[in-house]
Design a protein around this ligand. Structure first.
Ligand SMILES: Nc1ncnc2c1ncn2[C@@H]1O[C@H](COP(=O)(O)OP(=O)(O)OP(=O)(O)O)[C@@H](O)[C@H]1O
Ligand SMILES: [Mg+2]
Length: 183
């Protein structure tokens, strides 16, 4: 008589890791004297470390506003956004945004200086280290040869890639990108 092996059971005593980012019942509004525009209504989702999480929806459904809220630029009128369990109440270097708008690079700074700028203002780092770090991330987005160029000499997509290099160089906990490959 054949003996059936008992089915394998895997039991883990470890709890599931806590989410890195929690968006919990978040409603966002724009108030003007004439009207109130509700940009999102009770949106909830969790994002775990190393997740690539995509917000999809039609134009005007609130994607950019939600990213701005996660970044701390817009406060929810309902619900809460938490990063590592702590409520988000203001912008911070742990959440960097690559905005949807093209003109996010100060035009009087070179590409390399644009990437160096937030590094030098948010942490104790020498100019030489910031410059090397900027060049490293510009190389990652294929723009090492444009380090000394000014933004007005770049295409829309190249400007977007500088924004991505600048964000990556900050090594944020959450990188928020608003249609970064749209051009
Ligand atoms: N500064 C603002 N003042 C008033 N209303 C705004 C403002 N910015 C956005 N809105 C409104 O909020 C809603 C959501 O806009 P949002 O930019 O978040 O949409 P979106 O999903 O990013 O759209 P798209 O795909 O076109 O970029 C829209 O109805 C828009 O009119
Ligand atoms: Mg948008």
């Amino acid at each position: 008589m054949a003996v059936q092996p008992s089915p394998l059971r895997v039991v883990s005593a470890r709890a599931a890791p806590a989410p890195l980012l929690q968006v919990d019942g978040v409603s966002l509004e724009y108030r003007t004297p004439e009207r109130v525009v509700r940009a999102t209504h009770q949106v909830s989702f969790d994002v775990h470390a190393a997740d690539r999480f995509v917000l999809l929806g039609p134009s005007g459904c609130g994607k950019s506003t939600l990213l701005k809220a996660v970044a701390g630029f817009v406060a929810p009128c309902e619900g809460e956004i938490r990063l590592e369990g702590s409520p988000v109440s203001a912008p911070g270097p742990d959440r960097i945004v690559v905005f949807q708008e093209f003109d996010q690079l100060p035009p009087w700074k070179t590409v390399r200086q644009n990437v160096m700028f937030p590094l030098m203002h948010s942490r104790a780092i020498s100019r030489r280290e910031a410059s090397e770090c900027a060049l490293h991330f510009l190389d990652k987005v294929g723009l090492a040869n444009f380090a000394d160029a000014y933004p007005h000499t770049l295409s829309g997509g190249m400007k977007q890639r500088v924004g991505i290099a600048r964000a990556l160089a900050m090594r944020p906990k959450v990188l928020l990108m608003d249609e970064p490959f749209s051009c």
